[in-house]
Design a binder for this molecule. Structure first.
Ligand SMILES: Cc1ncc(C[n+]2csc(CCOP(=O)(O)OP(=O)(O)O)c2C)c(N)n1
Ligand code: SF4
Length: 352
């Protein structure tokens, strides 16, 4: 309940990570979302990921738009920088923050309404600019906050709770992200923490644009048996339910315990690895065409492919592309930021 504050005291014997912090230190306020909302499970996975990666909370910036999903950052990482922006504008706010301070870890949280409708243009440009961020869409196929209207990711054959038909084809954000040049594209399910956790960890380690579309059922407006974004449907049609993913930090020894030909190891920019066990039959996540083909052929059979769909191990991020200074802009001294009136006169003279 929203009026119940979380107790600040916690058991002294709680396990601690390398920074001496407990999981509680990575939490936020008490959730005000409906009990059973998939978004809360994603919040739990983000908390676990940051705790396990020993991330200092003050080096993280969490940014969102508007929606139940965009409220979620309030419920994790209360010690981090946070900005709850305007509907669909999370990508541009994140771009500005990232340009000013490239040293922070950026976690963007959005909804399918926030990203696939009002924020679609912003999403496209963040992808093509290869912004170094983790972009998580909490995808429930509806506008939860405004009482369950269809969103643009709702499947055509998936009716509303009252049986109203959806006349439009869905936008598949993963396909779109791959086509626009995202370097890391994954799909998961809020009810599959075992899969979601290593994907979030790998996305945070990835340098460049990392996108995770998480099917996250809205228990209040879109969790009826006919909905393709319901717990029941996703559990029955999730192609990766037998798969296993492991995130291996750079400092840990990389061990292999899989059969040749059924798994692969993806190296991320910081030297960490994402170990993939049986990701579909013969699916190579380095092949963008194969990733799109896999998503499309399975979608036509009503199957949702989850796991790491595509990764570009060589991707440059926006700062590499623009050749910006290695140091964050907000750390440069005034003498470098302001070259002086002589330099300005030179620039003005060139424009005359
Ligand atoms: C400019 C603007 N237009 C419309 C709205 C109304 N509005 C608030 S949230 C929302 C959609 C939320 O859906 P989604 O992003 O999928 O998040 P969910 O609530 O389902 O998690 C809309 C249309 C708004 N807040 N601002
Ligand atoms: S309305 Fe739906 S999306 Fe919003 S909190 Fe409730 S269950 Fe979650």
């Amino acid at each position: 309940m929203s009026y119940i504050a979380k107790p600040s005291a916690h058991h002294p014997a709680l396990p601690r990570n390398a920074l001496g912090l407990t999981r509680r230190d990575y939490e936020g306020s008490m959730s005000t979302l409906c009990a059973g909302c998939g978004h809360d499970s994603i919040t739990a996975a983000i908390i676990e990921a940051c705790y396990e990666m020993d991330l200092p909370a003050h080096r993280i910036a969490k940014i969102s738009g508007i929606g139940c999903s965009s409220k979620a950052p309030t419920y994790f990482l209360s010690r981090s920088h946070g900005f709850n922006s305007v509907h669909g504008r999370m990508p541009s706010v994140t771009t500005g923050a990232n340009m000013a301070n490239r040293d922070l870890v950026y976690i963007g949280v959005s909804g399918d309404g926030d990203t696939a409708s009002i924020g679609l243009g912003q999403f496209c440009h963040a992808v093509r600019r290869k912004l170094n961020m983790t972009y998580i869409v909490m995808n429930n196929g509806c506008y939860g906050l405004t009482k369950g209207q269809f969103s643009a990711t709702n499947d055509k054959n998936s009716p509303s709770k009252k049986g109203e038909a959806n006349p439009f084809d869905a936008i598949d954000l993963c396909q779109m992200a791959i086509q626009l040049g995202a370097g890391f594209v994954a799909r998961s399910f809020s009810g599959d923490k075992r899969q979601l956790l290593p994907l979030i960890q790998a996305a945070i380690s990835y340098k460049g644009f990392a996108f995770i579309d998480v099917i996250s059922p809205c228990v209040t407006f879109n969790n009826h048996p006919a909905s393709t974004k319901s717990y029941e449907y996703v559990r029955q049609h999730n192609m990766a339910s037998e798969n296993k993913l492991d995130y291996v930090e750079p400092k840990e020894e990389i061990t292999t315990e899989y059969d040749e030909g059924t798994s692969t190891s993806v190296e991320l920019h910081d030297g960490s690895h994402l170990m993939l066990y049986k990701v579909g039959e013969g699916h190579d996540p380095r092949d963008a065409d194969m990733a799109i083909h896999t998503i499309r052929t399975n979608a036509s059979k009503g199957t949702i492919v989850t796991g790491l769909l595509y990764v570009n191990e060589e991707q440059q991020d926006l700062h590499d592309v623009l050749g910006t200074d290695e140091r964050p802009l907000n750390g440069l001294p005034m003498s470098e930021l302001c070259p002086g009136s002589k330099a300005l006169e030179g620039i003005n003279a060139r424009l005359r």
